[in-house]
Design a protein around this ligand. Structure first.
Ligand SMILES: [Zn+2]
Length: 678
């Protein structure tokens, strides 16, 4: 599938990063021209500006001073670089907090913040919204015809929550819109429990450690509301940008599986998904796992953007400064980190940050240009190598992975499971479980799309939904239709327990999915870390950890049985023929050994061939396809060399035919083209 370039008329893989020239205003004659030379030398074609510039752009209320930005935008245009131009709402000027305390957030214990740090403004505040609208309008008016303007970077890393009276009032309005009457809300939330019936919407307070913190429906809906606030605020921010610069795409930089925002929902409002990638590289054998976790994050961020090319908006060129142990990147890891993003569908490799500031909280965070200020550093040379490689890979721009396998990761389900009081209380390991299924699929050499319960299932051969505890409206019907029409669906223990208000389904588990799975899941045993069960399947024995569901088949075929405990002989793996398709149920949490063997068998039955067979552990494999052909990337996350067996009909970037056994050096990336007809 071929998509247009992210920046109109700029069909390049983007390479660049966050640039804060206002920190060097006093030394601009020396530093800014030098920065342009260094950017050119590093193969950087894009710089993100204005992210934290509000206090410089509006030093006093209503008095704008765009002189520094004018000069920087002109400098970028003169040097053939594109600007990712930010709206400054990620951090507000001090005068605003002093004059309008309503812009400051209130925490869950109802304490209003003082001025300071960043990302801490109230999204409901009419004052804040008006100030944001005004400066965004001024920025768009000023730079609408500027040749450097390529993309709008809206705010920065949206997150957090506010419990102020303005937010409580908006929460009430949101609830009214959703439930209509307080009686309906009380019933939907089961509020007769503990005598918690609300007399009115206005009586509802957001969850608080000093108030209501034990009503799962309240907490779940507060999280939905908070997430909705960010989408609403984003839409508010882009309204003037869209009105004045309709051809310039907008994005907000996301943070992978950050829990606070349903990114699939926010993603629908973005022109392009973008995210900040900070893997905790260890420089040893644990990097294999770090690589696979980063792969998941990339695929998730591509998913929230609708599977189109996305952007890696930030990554660190060297050690960061906020992890417990901030290691340097081993030689080669920077290339691996950058090209892994490309492999999974990013059309950019961007860094935080281009030049290190001399002061402030991030002065020791990795940067393309270190305090020494020259290109004579190891990091700079590696960045320049990435730039060169991206130019060689230009034909990849706009292509996208074409996966026939979808794995479900759903924020609302996660919120419900995060607070779920049963089994392993407050530790249901939902995200870890989805990641385990992902690693099994990727380890077999397949491309995987990550979707949520609201995404369509059409076009997929196999859809996997681990632990779909909460079923969102319409999802069960989509699964039924998908399987009836010939799809293969895989579900697990702890599926179909509750509806959208975290209320248990009557009639037994897995709720409205009972028929498609052809079974009834009666109870679920919880095992501690010393307790296990086992089962045999296709001649091997596998271990059960944490959860074991006790199911009764109602038409499903039994494929494996528990070996131990009073539920010895109960089914642990089943398959149900439903319409033209099949639904599998994995009734227990297993190790990745089982998942790998199970998916190898299942996907081969589905006729889905891996990109590369027999991938060594810790090697990521991903492909993209577009008008220029198909591209295959192999990435070694190991600190040792591995040998991969390449499929026939591939050639390297330089056109050399390669086939058969090929060695990948530690942290090496191989970028290949699949020949026509291969
Ligand atoms: Zn507020």
């Amino acid at each position: 599938m071929q998509y247009p370039p992210i920046m109109k008329g700029f069909p390049e893989l983007l390479h660049g990063g966050d640039y804060n020239p206002e920190q060097w205003l006093r030394w601009k004659d020396e530093i800014w021209p030098k920065d342009m030379e260094l950017a050119k030398a590093a193969g950087i074609n894009t710089l993100s500006v204005g992210i934290f510039s509000w206090a410089v752009l509006e030093p006093r209320e209503g008095e704008y001073d765009f002189s520094f930005l004018d000069e920087v935008m002109d400098l970028l245009a003169k040097n053939g670089r594109k600007a990712v131009l930010a709206t400054p709402s990620g951090a507000k000027p001090q005068w605003m907090a002093e004059k309008y305390p309503e812009v400051l957030r209130v925490d869950a214990e109802r304490r209003r913040a003082l001025y300071g740090t960043r990302h801490n403004h109230c999204l409901s505040s009419p004052v804040y919204r008006e100030k944001v609208r005004a400066i965004n309008t001024a920025l768009a008016e000023r730079y609408k015809d500027h040749p450097a303007l390529g993309l709008w970077h809206v705010s920065n890393e949206y997150g957090g929550e506010c419990h102020c009276p303005l937010c409580q009032a908006r929460f009430h309005e949101w609830l009214k819109e959703k439930y209509g009457t307080i009686e309906r809300l009380n019933e939907s939330w089961w509020n007769s429990f503990w005598s918690h019936l609300y007399p009115s919407f206005e009586a509802i307070e957001s969850p608080s450690p000093i108030g209501e913190c034990d009503n799962p429906a309240l907490t779940l809906n507060w999280r939905r509301f908070t997430s909705h606030q960010f989408r609403d605020f984003y839409e508010w921010e882009i309204a003037p940008l869209k009105a004045i610069t309709p051809d310039v795409p907008c994005t907000a930089n996301l943070m992978a599986a950050y829990p606070g925002i349903d990114y699939f929902d926010l993603g629908r409002a973005l022109d392009v998904s973008s995210w900040d990638n900070y893997p905790q590289w260890t420089g040893d054998s644990r990097d294999a796992r770090v690589l696979m976790d980063a792969a998941f994050n990339h695929d998730l961020m591509r998913g929230v953007g609708g599977q189109k090319p996305f952007m890696m908006m930030e990554s660190s060129p060297s050690a960061v400064n906020w992890q417990p142990v901030n290691r340097l990147r081993q030689p080669g890891v920077l290339m691996l980190q950058g090209l892994q993003a490309i492999a999974h569908g990013s059309d950019s490799v961007q860094y935080f940050q281009f030049r290190k500031g001399r002061g402030g909280a991030e002065k020791f965070h990795g940067a393309v240009v270190d305090h020494v200020g020259t290109r004579e550093t190891r990091v700079f040379r590696e960045v320049a190598e990435v730039g060169q490689r991206l130019r060689q890979l230009k034909a990849v721009t706009g292509s996208a992975p074409e996966s026939r396998i979808a794995l479900i990761y759903d924020w609302e389900n996660r919120w419900a499971l995060d607070q779920a009081a049963f089994g392993h209380k407050n530790h249901q390991k939902y995200e870890e479980t989805v990641r385990a299924h992902y690693r099994a699929l990727k380890g077999l050499g397949h491309d995987v799309d990550l979707i949520d319960q609201t995404c369509g299932l059409e076009g997929y051969t196999a859809v996997i939904g681990p632990m779909t505890y909460l079923l969102r409206p319409g999802f069960a019907e989509h699964v039924q239709h998908f399987v009836a029409e010939g799809g293969v669906y895989v579900g697990t223990y702890i599926s179909g327990w509750v509806d959208e208000d975290d209320k248990a389904f009557p009639g037994g588990w897995p709720g409205p999915l009972k028929e498609v799975f052809g079974l009834w899941d009666e109870e679920t045993d919880t095992l501690d870390e010393t307790q296990h069960n086992h089962f045999g399947w296709k001649g091997r024995t596998y271990q059960v950890d944490d959860y074991a569901a006790l199911v009764h088949t109602r038409g499903a075929e039994v494929l494996a049985l528990y070996d131990e405990n009073f539920y010895r002989g109960y089914p642990v793996l089943t398959r149900n023929v439903y319409g033209k398709g099949k639904a599998y149920y994995i009734a227990a949490r297993t190790g990745e050994d089982f998942l790998r063997d199970f998916y190898a068998d299942l996907l081969s039955r589905c006729g889905l061939d891996p990109l590369v067979k027999g991938l060594p552990e810790g090697v990521d494999c991903a492909s993209r396809a577009g008008d220029a052909g198909r591209f295959l990337f192999l990435m070694n996350g190991n600190p040792h060399a591995v040998t991969v067996c390449l499929p026939g009909g591939v050639r390297a970037e330089d056109g050399e035919a390669v086939c058969g056994l090929t060695e990948l050096r530690p942290w090496e990336v191989l970028a290949l083209r699949l020949n026509e007809g291969a």
